[in-house]
Design a protein around this ligand. Structure first.
Ligand code: S3P
Length: 179
């Protein structure tokens, strides 16, 4: 691990439907950390939902919001950061998160992701005639970024609690090892 890093936070990355929000809530409660969800921050600042940002302003405007939030996170301490699925698919965003956080990627197969997100209406990128194919395409494109995480956790056979326990172990190792 790079010595220049100060691991103060946990950043959860990964595709939609891999459990970042639920795992984030559990981690924040267990560690007494603040929970920050980048999508929620963006919605509050923009005064509209993610779907509205996509439909009215377009995806590039949303990605610009993400970059702005990421830059502001560098001063955070004791925070669990739950990120939107596309946020780390940008080298600068990923490098910035890594400078202050243990970056943890939650992983699941496209089929499992589709099972988990079908029936939900707030994911504009999945409004597609063939959502499973879209998930496969996006996941393949993002995999090289997701794989740069410090820790990769397969969530398929694990409960939210089991994933959280695993992440906490890794965080203590990284945090302790760094002092
Ligand atoms: C996106 C994932 C969403 C949200 C937006 C775009 C993506 O967040 O940021 O709809 O590009 O994968 P979740 O991963 O929390 O669903």
């Amino acid at each position: 691990m790079n010595n220049a890093r100060r691991i103060q936070n946990i950043a959860l990355i990964g595709f939609m439907g891999t459990g970042k929000s639920s795992v984030g809530q559990m981690l924040a409660a267990a560690l007494h950390f603040t929970l920050l969800d980048t999508d929620h921050v963006i919605e509050a600042r923009a005064g509209k939902s993610i779907s509205e940002i996509f439909s009215k302003d377009g995806e590039p405007a949303f990605r610009e919001w993400e970059r702005q939030i990421v830059q502001e996170l560098t001063q955070r301490k004791r925070t669990v950061i739950s990120t939107g699925g596309g946020l780390p698919a940008d080298e600068a965003n990923l490098a910035s998160l890594k400078s202050h956080s243990l970056v943890v990627c939650l992983w699941a197969s496209p089929e499992r992701i589709w099972e988990r997100v079908r029936g939900q209406s707030h994911r504009p990128l999945l409004e597609d005639p063939d959502p499973l194919a879209k998930i496969k395409r996006l996941l393949a494109a993002r995999e090289p970024f997701y794989r740069q995480a410090d820790v990769l956790v397969n969530t398929e056979m694990r409960s939210v609690r089991e994933v959280a326990v695993q992440v906490i172990k890794q965080f203590h190792l990284a945090h302790g090892g760094e002092r």
